[in-house]
Design a protein around this ligand. Structure first.
Ligand code: DGT
Ligand code: CA
Ligand code: CA
Ligand code: ZN
Length: 633
């Protein structure tokens, strides 16, 4: 998808939609959450019941391909075969066109979709024609149905699942839970630590089901809006997400949609009949609430275009922000509701068709939704001192991404091209270091080979683009780095992170990280807290201390935009910037589409009040380089 600022005014068209975040690749875990694997196993809507062929959403197709990949991985199939399914699932999920539309009855048309080869095209062809995929039927019959669900446990991969099955005869999550009650007996041979991790991992499974990650909710809301536009055409003058999604909060409770229309019944009728709807909880004259097949709840409200401004302001929230705005209005003798302003004395109504007017009416600048959390934005808007927030288009480069050399799925050249297409001028290839065996980390010898490849590529690019030699070097449990100093000196820039022993005590993990920050070759400390939204809590790291030492040593801190990391998050990034710590925003892309995840990093940065000046990869490489401690010496 071409690079553009999401914050530009929406394009004029018949039905105007305020742009919700661009689509970017959802990691596989996200897809699983959108279409829980359970539904594939047990839900007849996805199971290949040979009923009349129907329309398959891209998400359903992606979930099916993903599930095939999962089954193959448990069966210990060829790695490339598994990756092929995962990759096709990824591409299909983010394809802006419906795959079944692309198909049009001919499997050859599907081959135009990147990652879809003959084998997968033929299988999809069968699915679309018959509602059934015999290959999937065949392989799913080869393993117990519950095994795939166990892959959702953090830290549990296909090998472990196969072991549960073959060595312990455990084939369901429930069975594993029971076995963990008496591990000495039921899971003899597993270490105490492994048992503890399993217990913790299972514990986190159900705990976060009520809120959904921003990226997941954003893709889904875009899907709803597209369908709704199709279904009601000219009847909808404007459609916009509101609520926490419009504020780009890292997690979303329910979806709020707003439609401006003179025909509310047309809109509401269409809404409750969307194919995504599982259940209609309420439907009145101006609003409806539904539960979708993915479990998300959505509120939709319809109002006259003349009242759009007050309604959008109200339903965007936050509640705390709204309360403050209403107080201010009252001081000026105005009562504000989602419908309008009303003069308290005369009862005269003032309509606002535009959100800017809502704020202007009481002497405030328009406030970007990301700031509406009652954390200083009201005062700033009154004083006309709101920050000029950073935008996606401000980023000149990306300082964390991976290639096939470690755990990425594309070549360095493919990654460079992906970044170039998005308007970036440089990327740092940060393949993992040797210690991270699971990610095929690089040792010094392979590193030097990689450097030769990068040198050759840069020669080809000349001034057009720059690939930086970099590494995601593991900070070991004792605070030392996973690569020798002389090698670290040879990189253009070094990113250090922690992946192991994240459950160290506050004191221990802080000491460990501080030691790394003091290392003269560590330029960036990446995804600082190690959190994985919904599956892994942030480490116990003392961030205040980290910010202090980062500032003192000139080490940059990262906002990792991968949609389940978003680390530093909004609150922490704001604090870091307040203290003057320089930040960078990276995608942590593992394939070219992964660069779209910069968007989520920008979302956190905007919620953190950051401007261009706070984020060093808004600089060209030549300028950025001079800010590194290795340059300053
Ligand atoms: P969520 O759904 O938990 O992620 O968070 P929101 O912010 O989307 O909250 P939600 O869906 O309950 O309500 C959407 C917006 O409607 C909210 O941000 C502000 C507005 N709103 C809801 N209830 C109230 C209220 O009691 N007072 C005021 N002033 N505004 C409210
Ligand atoms: Ca909401
Ligand atoms: Ca709501
Ligand atoms: Zn990584």
């Amino acid at each position: 998808m071409p690079r553009k600022s999401e914050y530009a005014k929406p394009k004029k068209s018949n039905a105007r939609t305020e742009r919700s975040p661009q689509r970017s690749p959802a990691p596989r875990e996200e897809r699983k959450r959108i279409v829980p694997s359970r539904s594939l196993a047990n839900d007849s809507s996805v199971r290949s019941v040979p009923d009349a062929p129907r329309l398959w959403s891209n998400q359903e197709i992606a979930a099916l391909l993903d599930r095939i990949g999962d089954i193959l991985s448990i069966q210990g199939e060829n790695r490339f075969k598994i990756i092929a399914y995962q990759r096709a699932a990824d591409v299909i999920e983010h394809s802006s066109r419906g795959v079944q539309e692309v198909w049009q009855g001919d499997p050859a048309n599907l081959r135009a979709i990147p990652g879809v080869g003959e084998a997968i095209a033929d299988k999809l062809d069968e699915l679309f024609r018959t509602g059934q995929m015999s290959y999937y039927e065949k392989i799913r019959a080869q393993i117990p149905e519950g095994l795939v669900d166990m892959l959702a446990i953090p830290g549990v991969g296909p090998k472990t699942v196969a072991k549960f099955w073959k060595e312990y005869n455990i084939t369901t999550l429930e069975g594993l839970k029971q076995a963990l009650e008496n591990p000495e007996k039921n899971l003899a041979g597993l270490g105490a630590k492994t048992i503890e991790n399993l217990k913790q991992g299972i514990g986190t499974l159900g705990a976060h089901t009520t809120r959904v990650r921003l990226a997941v909710a954003s893709y889904f809301v875009q899907e709803l809006i597209d369908e709704l536009k199709n279904a009601c055409g000219d009847a909808a003058a404007k459609i916009s997400p509101a609520g926490s999604l419009r504020r780009l909060r890292p997690t979303i409770g329910d979806l709020d949609l707003l439609v401006a229309s003179d025909q509310p019944q047309v809109i509401l009728d269409a809404f409750v009949k969307l194919p995504q709807v599982r259940e209609v909880l309420a439907k009145g004259d101006t609003k409806a609430t539904i539960v979708a097949h993915n479990g998300m709840q959505a509120d939709l409200r319809v109002l006259e275009p003349a009242r759009w401004g007050t309604a959008l302001q109200y339903f965007t929230g936050s509640k705390e922000h709204n309360i403050r705005v209403r107080e201010l209005a009252l001081k000026k003798g105005l009562s504000l509701s989602e419908w309008s302003y009303t003069r308290v004395k005369s009862g005269k109504e003032i309509l606002c068709a535009d959100e800017k007017e809502v704020y202007a009416q009481i002497g405030m600048d328009w406030i970007p939704p990301e700031l509406r959390e009652a954390s200083g934005e009201i005062e700033a808007a009154l004083e006309h001192k709101l920050p000029n927030l950073i935008q996606l288009g401000d980023l000149k480069g990306d300082l964390q991404c991976h290639s096939k050399w470690s755990d990425g799925s594309a070549t360095i050249r493919e990654m460079a091209e992906g970044a170039r297409q998005r308007g970036l001028h440089y990327i740092a290839i940060t393949d993992h270091s040797q210690g991270l065996g699971v990610a095929r980390g690089l040792d010094p010898k392979r590193t030097r080979e990689q450097w030769r490849e990068i040198d050759a590529l840069n020669k080809e690019y000349g001034d057009a683009f720059r690939v930086l030699k970099s590494v995601e070097v593991e900070i070991r449990a004792d605070g030392t780095l996973d690569l020798p100093d002389d090698l670290l000196a040879g990189y253009d820039i070094v990113l250090a992170t922690t992946h192991s022993a994240l459950n160290q005590t506050r004191e221990k993990i802080t000491q460990r990280v501080v030691a790394a920050l003091r290392h003269p070759r560590v330029d960036i400390f990446g995804h600082p807290t190690g959190q994985l939204i919904g599956t892994r809590e942030p480490s116990a790291l003392d961030l205040e201390e980290v910010f202090r030492v980062a500032l003192e040593t000139g080490t940059l801190l990262e906002i990792d935009g991968t949609s389940d990391r978003m680390d530093l998050n909004d609150v922490n990034a704001r604090r870091a910037a307040e203290l003057g710590v320089p930040l960078v925003i990276d995608s942590d892309a593992h394939h070219p589409d992964g660069f779209d995840d910069l968007y989520w990093g920008i979302a956190m940065a905007r919620r953190a009040w950051l401007t261009k000046a706070n984020v060093l990869n808004t600089l060209e490489w030549d300028e950025l380089r001079k800010q590194l401690k290795r340059f300053k010496g």
